[in-house]
Design a protein around this ligand. Structure first.
Ligand code: ADP
Ligand code: MG
Length: 336
């Protein structure tokens, strides 16, 4: 017998594609904070994020009469119509983040804009969105998520220990922080600080956190072509790792994977006779928004680029140039 599913089941199925584990909650909330132009983002977790996750930002906030609306599925301020899909410059745009979290956890959204004297708070759980109520609170937005997957026991069974789930949160956030140096990030677990990155120029500290002490020998990459700007920090030839996990790629501010770009990255080092092992580092690729297909599934992160061949060329050239310059500089240092 064919039946139309009830709203609660539909919500949980849709949420399952976006919210797989605690780090997915952190990702949705932190991306919202970045889209709101936050300069400081504080993340706190308890019990690996299953007991509680809180993300607080100092961004633009949400107007009092819109706080409840923000929790509705397919409600977004970032997309007006289908045409706008080709020029997206925000991390979110589907209007699914908050609704998906609320489908599998208890959510309280508290927000205040500069135009409001007090903050507005709304609770949501499952398909129920509560009444907006005034609450004392600073400018910006704070989202508290409790009892993740309490209503989806099967989902909980897939999860690892709270330490392992927190590990995913910590490594995702520290990696993301590499692409937003002007934003301060802090992370706390069960009352203990995991890291604090100040807003502004502490890139060296962020690189050291992610790549270790060897990061001091990384080579800066900077090149600008018409179709792709490539920048970042990459490992010196000879300093390599056995796998590609440490090749971090941001395309237009999004943390993505690209088989094409990884290939070009490794190819650049072949000139320097490095075979079988992998360079590491972080690359930032900036392409016109319409070169990127934003409509890839939220969990499938292999990016689709309209002119992949151009991008591959730009990446390889940028890295080769940087490595040659790095080699010359090291030589000069050793002579003088
Ligand atoms: P999306 O990010 O795809 O728009 P979300 O469900 O994540 O969908 O958020 C819905 C809307 O709520 C956003 O479009 C935005 O207007 C508002 N919002 C969510 N989080 C924040 C935040 N931290 N600061 C300001 N506005 C926010
Ligand atoms: Mg969002």
């Amino acid at each position: 017998m064919i039946r139309v599913l009830d709203a609660e089941t539909i919500g949980q199925i849709a949420a399952g594609e976006v919210i797989e584990r605690p780090v997915s909650v952190v990702k949705e909330l932190v991306e919202n904070a970045l889209d709101a132009d936050a300069t400081r983002i504080a993340v706190r977790a308890r019990g690996g994020g299953l007991v509680e996750i809180e993300v607080a930002d100092d961004g633009i906030g949400i107007a009092p009469d819109q706080v409840a609306l923000a929790l509705r599925r397919h409600a977004t301020s970032k997309l007006d119509d289908a045409a706008a899909l080709t020029r997206i410059d925000t991390l979110g745009f589907r209007g699914e983040g908050l609704a998906s979290i609320a489908a599998v956890a208890r959510v309280t959204l508290i927000s205040r804009t500069v135009h409001a004297d007090v903050a507005t708070a709304v609770d949501a759980f499952g398909e129920e969105i509560g009444e907006a109520r005034p609450l004392a609170g600073p400018l910006g937005t704070r989202v508290v998520v409790r009892d993740l997957f309490a209503n989806v026991p099967v989902r909980r069974e897939y999860l690892r220990s709270s330490g392992a789930e927190f590990g995913r949160i910590a490594s995702w956030l520290a990696t993301l922080a590499l692409a937003y140096p002007h934003v301060g990030f802090s992370l706390e677990h069960d009352g203990k600080t995991a890291f604090t990155f100040a807003p502004g120029d502490d890139m060296a500290a962020r690189l050291r956190h992610v790549f270790g002490m060897q990061s001091s020998t990384m080579v800066p990459v900077r090149s600008h072509e018409r179709h792709a700007a490539v920048s970042g920090w990459v490992s010196s030839p000879g300093d390599d790792r056995p796998d590609r996990r440490n090749q971090i790629l941001f395309v237009n501010g999004r943390l993505l994977r690209s088989t094409l770009v990884s290939g070009a990255w490794s190819a650049a080092y072949r000139t320097f006779a490095m075979v079988g092992r992998h360079p590491y580092g972080v690359l930032y690729l900036q392409v016109p928004p319409n070169e990127l297909d934003p409509n890839v599934h939220p969990t499938k992160s292999d990016v689709r680029l309209r002119h992949g061949d151009r991008v591959v060329g730009a990446v390889k050239d940028a890295i080769v140039t940087a490595l040659r310059r790095g080699a010359v500089e090291r030589l000069e240092r050793s002579i003088s």
